[in-house]
Design a protein around this ligand. Structure first.
Ligand SMILES: [Zn+2]
Length: 122
């Protein structure tokens, strides 16, 4: 299951960042999901609710933000937006393009639960 692999990788990154900041929990994980990443947000959410158990992100929310598609034309060299229905060049209409953005799944932001300073002072 592709989404589970993605979740485990996200959780690993989140744990590393949380540890670096001495956080006691991860509250929210925001990811940018490219439309061509092949990852279904609903499946990702389902996998995340299983994968997060027992981790520092056990109570974290997973928020998926849609990424954009961009293509670079091999014929005229221009770069422009693409869509799920068309990856052709917007400048010259050539279908010979390279996708430069849209396949990614990026960890955009983490919200960490940091230790309460008052509690820590005791
Ligand atoms: Zn072109």
């Amino acid at each position: 299951m592709h989404e589970m692999t993605v979740c485990l990788s996200l959780l690993k990154q989140a744990e590393e960042v949380a540890r670096a900041h001495a956080a006691r929990s991860v509250e929210r994980i925001v990811v940018i999901l490219g439309p061509l990443s092949g990852v279904e947000p609903l499946l990702l959410d389902g996998a995340f609710s299983i994968a997060r158990k027992g981790t520092i992100a056990e109570n974290a929310d997973l928020v998926c933000e849609a990424g954009t598609i961009r293509v670079r034309c091999r014929a005229c060299g221009s770069e422009g937006p693409g869509s799920l229905s068309s990856l052709a060049c917007t400048a010259c209409s050539s279908p010979d393009t390279t996708v430069t953005a849209g396949r990614e799944l990026i960890l955009k932001r983490l919200e960490l639960g940091l230790p309460d300073e008052d509690t820590e002072a005791i």
